[in-house]
Design a binder for this molecule. Structure first.
Ligand SMILES: [Zn+2]
Length: 214
C-alpha cells in the first residue's frame, strides 16, 4: 500500500489507464513463457496493472528533475522504489511505444516474481526483449508483416524476435538455451548495457508490495 515504504504518491488514473491498455490487450495477455523461476504470463501483466492501479508501483511522467528518463528512452522501470517513468505525452497507440511498455512491465513482473532471488542481469534483459517481441507477433494479424519490425542492424532485436517466433503458440515453453546465450552476448556487447552488466552481472529485486486484498 502507498505509504508503507515511505512514498504516499497516488497514481494519476489517466496515466495508469494509458500504460495498462497494451498490457491488458489480447496480444499481451497471450504471452506465456518461462525462463528459470520467471513465468511471464498475462496474469503477471495483470498483477503489474493492479499494482499500478493501487499505486504499489508508482507512475510518473519524466520531469527532468525528480523523475528522469534517458532522452532516448520512452519509458523505464525502476525497482527501488517501484516506479515506472514515461515520457510526457507518450502515445501508447504507437506499436513501438507499446513494445517499450511491455518490455518495462516485464521488468516490473520480474520485480514482483523474483523477490529476493539473485538473477543473471542478462537474463532479466533478455526475457524483457523476448516478451516485447512475443507481443509484436501476437499483435500482428499477419505474422509475415509485423506491426513493428526489428532493426536489422541491432542483433538484440533480431535474436529476440527469432526466440519469440520459436516460443509463439507454445504456451509455457522456455527459450532454447543456446539462443539465450547468443541474446545475452548481444546485450552485453550493446553500449547501452555493457557497463551496467559488467558492474552488476547479478541483480536481486526486492519485490512489489502485496495488495491489501489479495
Ligand atoms: Zn530492459
Amino acid at each position: 500500500m502507498a505509504g508503507e515504504d515511505g512514498h504516499d504518491h497516488i497514481n494519476d488514473a489517466a496515466l495508469v489507464a494509458k500504460v495498462s491498455e497494451p498490457l491488458l490487450s489480447q496480444a499481451c495477455q497471450r504471452i506465456n513463457f518461462r525462463w528459470g523461476k520467471l513465468h511471464v504470463t498475462g496474469k503477471a501483466y495483470r498483477a503489474v496493472v493492479r499494482a499500478l492501479n493501487d499505486s504499489r508501483i508508482d507512475i510518473f511522467e519524466a520531469d527532468g528533475a525528480e523523475h528522469t528518463l534517458d532522452p532516448d528512452a520512452e519509458a523505464s522501470y525502476i525497482g527501488n522504489p517501484e516506479s515506472m517513468i514515461i515520457q510526457p505525452h507518450l502515445n501508447a497507440h504507437i506499436a513501438f511505444n507499446q513494445r517499450v511498455l511491455v518490455h518495462e512491465a516485464t521488468h516490473a513482473a520480474q520485480d514482483d516474481q523474483l523477490n529476493g532471488e539473485w538473477v543473471w542481469s542478462l537474463d532479466d534483459e533478455a526475457t524483457a526483449y523476448i516478451a516485447e517481441w512475443l507481443f509484436v507477433i501476437y499483435s500482428s494479424p499477419n505474422p509475415k508483416h509485423l506491426i513493428s519490425n526489428p532493426d536489422p542492424d541491432d542483433p538484440i532485436e533480431v535474436i529476440a524476435l527469432e526466440i519469440a517466433r520459436a516460443l509463439a503458440d507454445h504456451p509455457g515453453a522456455s527459450p532454447d538455451a543456446a539462443a539465450m546465450r547468443r541474446l545475452g552476448d548481444a546485450i552485453f556487447k550493446d553500449p547501452t548495457y555493457s557497463v551496467r552488466m559488467a558492474l552488476h552481472p547479478w541483480t536481486r529485486d526486492d519485490g512489489v508490495t502485496d495488495p491489501d486484498f489479495p
